[in-house]
Design a protein around this ligand. Sequence first.
Ligand code: FE2
Length: 302
Amino acid sequence: MTQAPVQSQITAADSSADTELFNLGKFKANADEWAARYAVNKPFPHIVLDDMLQVGPELAEEHFPGPDWPAWRSLGDSYQVKKFTCDDITKIPEQFARLIHELSTPAFLRALEKVTGIPKLLPDPYLAGGGLHLSGPGGILAPHTDFHIYDAMDLYRRVNVLVYLNDGWDESFGGCLEVGDRGKDGALVVPDWGRVMIFTTDDKSVHGFPKPIVEGHWRRSVALYYYTALEAPGFSGDASTHWRDHGTQRGAGRKLRFGLFKFFMQTSRAFSLLAHLSNPNQGMGWWKHRQQRIAENAEEGR
Ligand SMILES: [Fe+2]
């Protein structure tokens, strides 16, 4: 994809001007059935929905910003190689700002609550970590679990909604979302046009695309995260993204720093558990519930 950045406004001549971009009617009509599937899908609650957009791929071809767009923020770390994001709603092209708005309306939120079984979901007007995502050739997203505590807003992250905007994407292009451990009961989501991946985010929902995107392909998506004002019933993570795969560390300096990183992460996790245990509103009841859930997961072979 080499087209110049385009930020044109929707005009009367635009075929998508009068149509909702997201097929909310279909989402609402199937919410009960999809809720049943969502709850039992392995390795953690999720669902992959096809044909959820009511516009064709030309929308992205014409309006999704190319890699030279000045509003992109390049993440520049080795966990998210060749990844660009934009979470500034004032800079996001009108067409995609509209899609984000549609996925933040009360009607969508109610249906999302039904599908996920998580009540009182809130969208994030600041789109922290979300918004438009673009990953280029060689790009990867290392497997990870998302942060749970959203410090800036005193909210708790509960659900991810990923809308894929790539016409004719094939598994051979790389960049497919790996859900959990594919060797066991994981799944692979090819980021094809109009496909939507919804999943519960907690400290067990490992996801990423470790297989690099091949030359000549750019992976486009809209990523939206939903929160609750109350913490999840059980321990669901802390304020950090936890990367599961760190690649090979070469050189004494990097090995030492990485050893320190692992030590501090384990220590912070232990402190996070202690914080929950010392909370008089959770205490031992929460601990017993957590132990029971871990035992159940072990029984299920997860
Ligand atoms: Fe993530």
